[in-house]
Design a protein around this ligand. Structure first.
Ligand code: SAH
Ligand code: SF4
Length: 386
């Protein structure tokens, strides 16, 4: 064996910002390389990865000492070099509708929010991909917080691990009994501005020998980072949701400012070329209902015309207000009338029922209150062209 490997000279991707490198979040190949680098004989490395993978992602252990299929000496060696630390749960709030919101502290003392939403036939975890967001959608609370940093793959997948710990759902819960059955990348951040980490984390979540959530139960929501959309289909293969929200470039420029870079036409062209587009794998168009801004009958007609030919469903999201937000939620009668027009055009248009409103856990309300790096209200208004 060559020079002793320490956390400082190990040449594997650093998943942790400080301290020992994390094993959680490494792909199988990267984990194999890391084990070889620490002195595991090459011939054994693949088998060791299989064993460790099972403990981490099937059993959910939090300590190398619990990996009893490995020798004591090997466990001790692993513990000396790597960490299995999960983000710390700072607070957990439970809504009267059963929604749970976790505030997690990650390396560097930053905080991200994760939301668990139980429903009749499934349970969905809403996962964050960044601390804050570089984009400034004017109706979104996260958009008022500057981007602090991208999350690592380990920090993204750890959100699922922490939720399964809390739901007590390790060790072979049959899939149809699972409380956590679906993942949506709809928490804080723009997932396609952190593509590699999101991809690596979702690959781990999908791995059949671990967490085993099928790609069809994972939905990535993007504000419209067009060049990365095709890659999402090719390299992740999950379901896609688009934050559409407006039917003219003029309005979309103010609501979703990334529209100034890739406008409605460029976005729709990108979607028509999406590799997975089919009737069984329709794209979800998210449409936030803002009173007097984007909720007219004309908007509904324009919307169905724009997306003609794209296998799609339209998800109407009643606006979730937050302190100081510059918009109001459309009246329910308006949302229904809008939905009727969309339905008549042949598109399913479920209205997303707000969940966890009493704990500010609903879509677009996430923001780590303790983060000091905030944009001023003036800056937000200016960036949104309001
Ligand atoms: N950044 C990604 C994913 C996170 S936001 C994106 O923008 O798609 C998840 C969804 O919540 C998006 O459709 C977003 O537009 C929507 N959203 C944001 N703020 C909201 C609010 N206050 N009320 C309702 N939906 C909101
Ligand atoms: Fe960022 Fe999405 Fe919020 Fe826009 S809606 S600011 S892209 S998190």
């Amino acid at each position: 064996m060559s020079a002793p490997i320490t956390p400082d000279n190990l040449t594997v991707p650093r998943q942790k910002v400080a301290g020992k490198p994390a094993l959680i979040g490494l792909s199988r190949e990267a984990m194999r390389d890391a084990l070889i680098a620490m002195g595991t004989p090459e011939k054994q490395a693949k088998m060791r990865v299989g064993q460790i993978w099972h403990w981490l992602y099937f059993k959910g252990v939090t300590d190398f000492g619990m990996m009893t299929s490995l020798s004591k000496a090997y466990r001790a060696e692993l513990a000396e070099i790597f960490t299995l630390d999960r983000p710390e749960i700072v607070t957990k709030q439970t809504s009267k509708d059963g929604t749970r919101k976790y505030l997690l502290r990650i390396a560097g003392g930053h905080e991200v929010e994760v939301v668990y939403i139980p429903e009749k036939n499934r349970g969905t975890l809403c996962v964050s991909s960044q601390v804050g967001c570089t984009l400034t959608c004017s109706f979104c609370h996260t958009g008022t917080q500057k981007l602090v940093r991208n999350l690592t793959a380990g920090e993204i997948v750890a959100q699922i691990l922490v939720a399964r710990d809390d739901l007590n759902e390790w060790d072979n819960t049959p899939f149809d009994k699972r409380l956590l059955s679906n993942v949506v990348l709809m928490g804080m951040g723009e997932p396609l501005y952190n593509f590699e980490s999101v991809r690596d984390a979702m690959k781990i979540a999908m791995d059949p020998e671990g967490i085993s959530i099928s790609r069809r139960r994972i939905t990535l929501s993007t504000s419209g980072v067009v060049p990365e959309i095709a890659r999402t289909g090719d390299e992740i293969g999950c379901m896609l949701a688009i934050s559409f929200h407006a039917t003219t470039d003029e309005v979309r420029d103010t609501l979703v400012p990334i529209n100034k870079r890739w406008n409605i036409e460029a976005l729709l062209d990108g979607l028509r070329a999406y590799p997975r587009l089919s009737n069984s794998e329709r794209i979800t168009f998210e449409y936030v209902m803002l009173k007097g801004i984007n909720d007219s009958d004309e908007d509904a007609h324009r919307l169905v015309k724009l997306i003609e030919g794209i296998p799609a469903k339209i998800n109407l999201i009643p606006f979730n207000p937050w302190p100081g937000s510059p918009y109001e939620r459309s009246e329910w009668s308006r949302i229904d009338a809008f939905g009727d027009i969309v339905n008549e055009a042949g598109y399913a248009s479920p209205v997303r029922r707000p969940r966890g409103e009493d704990i500010m856990a609903a879509c677009g309300q996430l923001k780590s209150e303790t983060e000091r790096a905030r944009k001023s209200r003036k800056q937000i208004a200016e960036e949104a062209g309001l």
